[in-house]
Write a protein that binds this ligand. Structure first.
Ligand code: COA
Length: 260
């Protein structure tokens, strides 16, 4: 499929999606959001695609936010729809994908850009990355899940400060706050993500999908995560991957998971 605003690449079981609007610092306009939805969906449906990496093109930005020029004259109703639709088609969609998604944060991750990185299953940053939720400096609040996911990741006090000051933190601060898992040079960012993806790829994609579901259940209203874990644990015993994984261990050989 041809996209106007994103590039996709597939190699060794890893799909890399690159947001490609460098002149606009990869800001998320509606078309880009819709294309990202499609690209994530395609990669998730492809049984050979075991891990997804998302990054931004150019050396300056991962994503500098939602495209401000698109919503500057919106009404209250349009604003609410923008947030609801965006959360549904991209941010919640990515968080609940069965395929693991790693954000390779290669520069500015602001507003919707940080919200996209936070919707991914985990984040790796280059040492030039700067992250923040600057929405209140525009008279609006984060609308793509930022108030919820930043709080989950860094805790309420730190999230409140970042949101209220509209300030940016650097990659090392993000590392110490638990917002990103690793920091490396920009040159090595993708290879580090690919190395981590390589480790993930060796494991059962069926079990990983179940683990994502169980971890996410902790954050769902009215859902008991421990019960989801028990159900998913039980279901694992009926999978071909479990039969292969346990046999391989007992036979002292490397597992060759049939997968989905
Ligand atoms: N929406 C729309 N366009 C954006 C954008 C956004 N969120 N972020 C950057 N751009 C555009 C700029 O308008 C500029 O376009 P132009 O060349 O046509 O004028 C281009 O990207 C380059 O940005 P510029 O501001 O010139 O780069 P800079 O290096 O001086 O500053 C930032 C970088 C990230 C500090 C600055 O672009 C910025 O503050 N962006 C907005 C961040 C934000 O508030 N995001 C939250 C949105 S809810």
């Amino acid at each position: 499929m041809n996209f106007n605003n994103i590039l996709t690449d597939f190699q060794d079981g890893i799909t890399t999606i690159t947001i490609n609007r460098p002149k606009k610092l990869n800001a998320l306009n509606q078309e880009t959001i819709n294309e990202l939805h499609q690209a994530f969906k395609d990669a998730d449906l492809d049984e050979d695609s075991k891990v997804i990496i998302i990054t931004g093109s150019g050396e300056k930005a991962f994503v500098a936010g939602a495209d401000i020029s698109e919503f500057a004259d919106y009404s209250m109703e349009e604003g609410e729809y923008l947030a609801a639709n965006g959360q549904k088609v991209l941010f919640d969609f990515v968080e609940n994908l069965s395929t693991p998604v790693i954000a390779a944060v290669n520069g500015f991750a602001l507003g919707g850009g940080l919200e996209l990185a936070m919707a991914c299953h985990f984040r790796v940053a280059s040492d030039n990355a700067r992250m923040g939720l600057p929405e209140v400096s525009l008279g609006v609040i984060p609308g793509y899940g930022g108030t919820q996911r930043l709080t989950q990741l860094v805790g309420k006090g730190r999230a409140m400060e970042m949101i209220m000051t509209a300030g940016m933190i650097d990659a090392n601060k993000a590392l110490s706050n638990g917002l990103v898992n690793h920091v490396t040079s920009q040159d090595e960012l993708l290879s580090l993500c690919e190395k981590i993806a390589g480790k993930i790829r060796q494991n059962s994609s069926v079990a990983i999908a179940a683990a994502i579901k169980a971890v996410n259940a902790n954050y769902q209203e009215g859902v008991n995560g421990f019960e989801v874990e028990i159900k998913e644990f039980g279901k694992s015993f009926g999978t071909e991957d479990f039969a292969e994984g346990t046999s391989a261990f007992l036979e002292k050989r490397k597992a060759d998971f049939p997968g989905r």
